[in-house]
Design a protein around this ligand. Structure first.
Ligand code: ADP
Ligand code: 5GP
Length: 209
């Protein structure tokens, strides 16, 4: 069984998943963030190797040919992919879970190979507010903002691929809901069964060697 909690967080661009994921990483320091590869240009605030691995189209294609990606997709005219090595890194670091900030196409691919992955889709409170946030972020040019906004409906139409839907109206409340999803996932019978078995066998949780 895969012990690592695989948590996919998707949303139409601008709904707030980057903001929410950053906050989750502060609450759950024993989780890590899957750093994707992308052919998109870095935004001013982004750090190579931390937010994304920024690569050329040629480099990206090479990695596709080498089957280095767990999933990959074209999103808003750029390529994005999750390296298989991200899972190994999380395991080696002894992490309890990993957050994937990926789109619905990537979520579908990960669910196909790892059905135990949990998918959360972040919804904006309204399309009007989504557009406001996209513009407020001011990290893209007008053309790119329009492309992202037009794509939002298509992304929302795929909500059926996800296990949980969280509306990001008030940031604090959305964060609380997201945390409760993670606590739920950490508390499933499947995940906790060994603890119950240890109690029955040893009268306490088995001491870690
Ligand atoms: P995404 O990663 O989904 O594209 P971001 O996290 O970059 O979205 O958020 C887009 C913009 O909206 C950012 O400027 C962010 O500060 C803002 N934002 C995020 N959540 C909220 C919220 N609940 N209320 C108001 N603004 C928000
Ligand atoms: P952005 O350019 O705003 O950072 O991301 C654009 C979209 O690409 C977002 O929906 C984001 O979730 C998605 N994305 C980021 N990394 C990956 C990835 O590795 N795979 C897939 N399929 N989508 C990704």
């Amino acid at each position: 069984m895969e012990d690592l909690l695989l948590l996919i967080i998707s949303s139409p661009s601008g709904a707030g998943k980057t903001t929410l994921t950053r906050e989750l990483l502060r609450t759950f320091p024993d989780f890590t963030f899957s750093v994707s590869h992308t052919t998109r240009k870095a935004r001013q605030t982004e750090v190579d190797g931390k937010d994304y691995h920024f690569v050329s189209r040629d480099d990206f294609q090479k990695q596709v040919d080498q089957d280095a990606f767990l999933e990959w997709a074209e999103v808003h005219g750029n390529f994005y992919g999750t390296g298989r090595s991200e899972l190994d890194r999380a395991r080696k670091q002894g992490k309890r879970g990993i957050f994937f900030d990926i789109d619905y196409q990537g979520a579908r691919q990960i669910k196909a190979v790892m059905p135990q992955a949990c998918g959360v889709f972040i919804l904006p409170p309204s399309m009007e507010e989504l557009e406001r946030r996209l513009r407020g972020r001011a990290s893209e040019d007008e053309q790119s903002i329009e492309k992202r906004f037009k794509k939002a409906r298509l992304e929302i139409e795929h909500y059926g691929l996800f296990d949980y839907l969280v509306v990001n109206d008030d940031l604090e409340q959305a964060g609380a809901r997201l945390r409760s999803v993670i606590y739920s996932e950490l508390s499933t019978r499947k995940r906790m069964a060994t603890h119950a078995e240890d109690l029955l066998r040893y009268g306490r949780l088995e001491p870690k060697s």
